[in-house]
Design a protein around this ligand. Structure first.
Ligand code: KIV
Ligand code: ZN
Length: 551
């Protein structure tokens, strides 16, 4: 058994399927590029049968990230990552997955069918023989198209082990090259899951020529522990997502598995191809694009993961760093601000610092970033790395814009009605101005935006956090909205039903009302792009009542 654990990232499939995590095609491509830079071995780029857009997004990733010569994994001789597409056990799905991934230098088809009694009886309405027959037929079909085929017996964690051995043995004979063992509902304990994987390795004929993989969900908070138990039992592929996003309580988090293997190498004696210094960047990118905030105490990537607050801890840290730190923050890309930039810093200093933080901006983008930097430096004395990252995220990691914020003014306080006047630039280039009152300045601003954009929605989540300490800190706002028009745009692979998608948005500014408006517009823009053909917003009906000026 080799000592290399393949990292299979499913942020763009299982992760993107989770509420609010919807990403545009351009964002998915950027995430895929970041994953390749991080050094993941396999990118599960999506579920091509879900919609023509999903197929196209996977196809673009196969071409632009998975092609020979595309920026590949750092550790694996610059080979591009394997690009994988998920398919239910149906010829139509498998064909679509192949159409999407075939452009990659190393394509993979991943097909699945449930094997637990509860799923077979109630969801599939199939008996064991029918399931076995379908697995053989569909794995053979996938293999006739693609050399690299992964098969998952869904809900393996609650399946009868003997039946699993039989199904997996037949999947191998039919051509599967990777066998993935999912704990779909996050039900097992580490001992149980480790024993399940060990039993599969011991009792499945032909498994010695395949890679065994593990895929755990976090319903009981055991996903990382179960994944590590599966690896210790012999699995050599771990299916994970950045920040652990995914169905319900999420999937196993990439950063936790990688850093556990890394930090406790003497225990596991295993390696991965991940460039751990890219972890923090990938985490921020995924959080900004999905609008799913990382909890402050989240292992490895939470804001407090390397903060030492208690006096006794700080004292210990000053005496010796290892008293309270089991890994160096720099090892996961948490940089200590070495160079504080300010009002008098030039474009070159900004370029150098952004490069050090891993952002290689074009000259035109650098100009834009410098302009934003100067505006910020006028308001804030010192600009830290965290400020720069928030600024870059706000300026460049935004969905394709339909409406942009052109101006905002609010009046609020204890003396009257909170009022906001908002000026937006629309898709037609015209500016639209509306004023509204609300329960507070954010509510007033959102109502004014609503009366311009006309995209009825429910605000599901609104959160604000300060990027750095101090009264002049940048505020970051994240929102999540759901369309009220009942657009059922997301396909849930587990319940095999369509469901309403939710959209996340992110904004940063020293003025939190401005940051709130930007975040709301980012989410609205995603909603508009996803629900209207060609991403064109409908011409607002009120147009004659508002001040409209073409620039
Ligand atoms: O959790 C699960 O079972 C899945 C499969 C499609 C592998 O995501
Ligand atoms: Zn899953």
């Amino acid at each position: 058994m080799d000592n290399y654990v393949r990292i299979f990232d499913t942020t763009l499939r299982d992760g993107e399927q989770s509420p609010g995590a919807t990403m545009t095609s351009a964002e998915k491509l950027e995430v895929a590029r970041t994953l390749a830079k991080l050094g993941v071995d396999i990118i599960e780029a999506g579920f091509p049968a879900a919609s023509p857009d999903d197929l196209e997004a996977v196809r673009r990733i196969a071409i632009e990230v998975g092609a020979p010569g595309a920026a590949g994994a750092q550790g694996s001789a610059q080979r591009p990552p394997i690009i994988c597409g998920l398919a239910r056990a149906s010829k139509t799905d498998i064909h679509k997955a192949w159409e999407a991934v075939k452009h990659a230098a190393r394509p993979r088809i991943h097909t699945f069918l449930a094997t637990s009694e509860i799923h077979m009886r109630h969801k599939l309405k199939m008996d064991r023989e029918q399931v076995l027959e379908r697995v053989i037929e569909m794995v053979s079909y996938a293999r006739s198209l693609c050399e690299d085929v992964e098969f998952s017996p869904e809900d393996a964690g609650r399946s009868d082990p003997q039946f699993l051995h039989l199904v997996l043995g037949e999947a191998i004979k039919a051509g599967a090259t990777t066998l993935n063992i999912p704990d779909t509902v996050g039900y097992t304990t580490p001992d149980e899951f480790g024993a399940l994987v060990a039993g599969i390795i011991q009792n499945t004929p032909g498994i010695e020529n395949c890679i065994v993989s593990v895929h755990c969900h976090d319903d009981l908070g055991l996903a990382t522990a179960n994944t590590l138990a599966g690896i210790q039992a012999g699995a050599r592929q771990a299916e994970v997502t950045v920040n652990g996003i995914g169905e319900r309580a999420g999937n196993t988090s990439l950063e936790e598995v990688v850093m556990a293997l890394n930090t406790r190498r003497p225990v596991f004696n295993l390696i991965t191809g991940i460039d751990t210094t890219q972890i923090m960047r990938a985490s921020r990118l995924v959080s900004n694009y999905t609008g799913i905030v990382v909890q402050p105490n989240k292992a490895i990537v939470g804001a407090n993961a390397f903060a030492h607050e208690a006096g006794i801890h700080q004292d210990g840290m000053l005496k010796h760093q290892q008293t309270y730190e089991i890994m160096r923050p720099e090892a996961v890309g948490v940089t200590q601000t070495r160079l504080v930039l300010g009002k008098h810093s030039g474009r070159h200093a900004l370029k150098v610092r952004l490069n050090e933080l891993g952002y290689a901006l074009s000259e035109a983008d650098l100009d834009k970033a410098f302009e934003r930097f100067k505006l910020l430096a006028d308001k804030k004395k010192t600009i830290t790395d965290a400020d720069l990252e928030a600024l870059v995220a706000d300026e460049f990691y935004q969905p394709r814009e339909v409406f942009t914020l052109d101006g905002l003014q609010v009046a609020c306080g204890t003396m009257g009605m909170p009022t906001a006047t908002v000026r937006l630039r629309g898709p037609d280039g015209a500016t639209h101005t509306q004023a509204s009152i609300g329960t507070g300045p954010v509510d007033a601003a959102y109502k004014a935006i609503d009366s311009i954009v006309h995209a009825p929605n429910t605000l599901l989540e609104f959160s604000v956090h300060a990027v750095t300490e101090g009264i002049d800190a940048l505020g970051e706002v994240t929102v999540r909205i759901e369309s009220k028009n009942g657009h059922r745009l997301s396909f849930d692979t587990q319940t095999e039903t369509e469901r309403t998608r939710t959209f996340g948005g992110h904004g940063a500014d020293t003025d939190i009302i401005v940051a709130s408006a930007k975040a709301y517009l980012a989410a609205l823009n995603k909603l508009l792009v996803a629900t209207r053909p060609n991403g064109q917003a409908e011409e607002p009906a009120f147009i004659t009542h508002s001040q409209t000026a073409r620039s």
